[in-house]
Ligand binder design. Structure first.
Ligand code: PEP
Length: 258
């Protein structure tokens, strides 16, 4: 089954709302210049909460095909949860995607795979598409238990979801040792884990669900290595951090097919 690759730029805590508008505008112009066909490869920007309104205004006004989303979401609907943002707030701003369980949220905010699964469920209930992150730290990779470790995370994240929900979701495999370090997993390393995730999803649900699910690789992806990573059969896109902050570089990643 054909899965449309998704290139998503995770801006993390970078760029205010004015800088966000400038970057999205430049990205759109660059992709138009390159005659990018969004039906072949989807492009999304995953921006700080404070940037979403300006990105929405620009995307709607210029009828851009770039999609956008948030970097986290609350499991609660509303109320006394200081600092949190609900799914309803994100859908009101036209978000398509929401990243849940990024390793930085797991590390600095103690998020567990169980909570990440709850956030994904909440997102899906609201009509948002979750990009669920997983990935191992260097010690686990060195111990050779990375596949087993990541599959454990995946099983927990998906435990409350239906097959239909999993089929429209995205899983991002991001080895922590490759995030922001310049250290890239080899295409074979990426395939090993992404392939194992798909096999696991077929076991937990069914083959059709596993075939529909998009699995991204993330970790120091740039224009120089994207082609080899995307050549792997179970890699359906990339979650891109640093390289998504430069319009030209991210546009090259999005247009890797040429
Ligand atoms: C990320 O933020 O998810 C990421 C993969 O970052 P980088 O591309 O900078 O390694």
């Amino acid at each position: 089954m054909a899965r449309t690759p998704l290139m998503a730029g995770n801006w993390k805590m970078n760029l205010d709302h004015l800088e966000a508008a400038a970057l999205v505008q430049k990205l759109d112009w660059t992709l138009k210049d390159l005659k990018h066909d969004f039906s072949r490869v989807e492009a999304a920007v995953i921006v700080p909460f404070t940037d979403i309104r300006s990105v929405q205004t620009l995307v709607e006004a210029d009828e851009m095909k770039i999609k956008y989303g948030a970097q986290d979401v609350s499991v609660h609907d509303a109320g006394a949860y200081t600092g949190e943002i609900s799914t309803a707030m994100l859908t009101a701003l036209g978000c398509t995607y929401v990243v849940v369980g990024h390793s930085e949220r797991r590390e600095y905010h103690g998020e567990t795979s169980q909570l990440v699964g709850q956030k994904a469920k909440k997102a899906l209930d609201a009509g948002l598409l979750p990009i669920m992150c997983c990935g191992e730290a260097l010690e686990i990779r060195k111990a050779g238990t990375h596949v087993q470790y990541v599959l454990g995370q995946v099983e927990e994240m998906l435990s409350g979801l239906t097959a239909e929900e999993v089929a429209k979701s995205v899983i991002a495999y991001e080895p922590i040792w490759a995030i922001g370090t310049g250290e890239v997993a080899t295409p074979e390393n990426a395939q090993e884990v992404c392939g194992a995730i798909r096999t696991k999803v077929a076991e937990l649900f069914d083959r059709a669900t596993a075939d529909a699910l998009r699995i991204q690789y993330g970790g120091s992806v740039k224009s120089a290595n994207v082609k080899d990573i995307m050549a792997q059969p179970d890699v359906d896109g990339a979650l891109v951090g640093g390289a998504s902050l430069k319009a030209d570089e991210f546009a090259k990643i999005v247009t890797y097919l040429g």
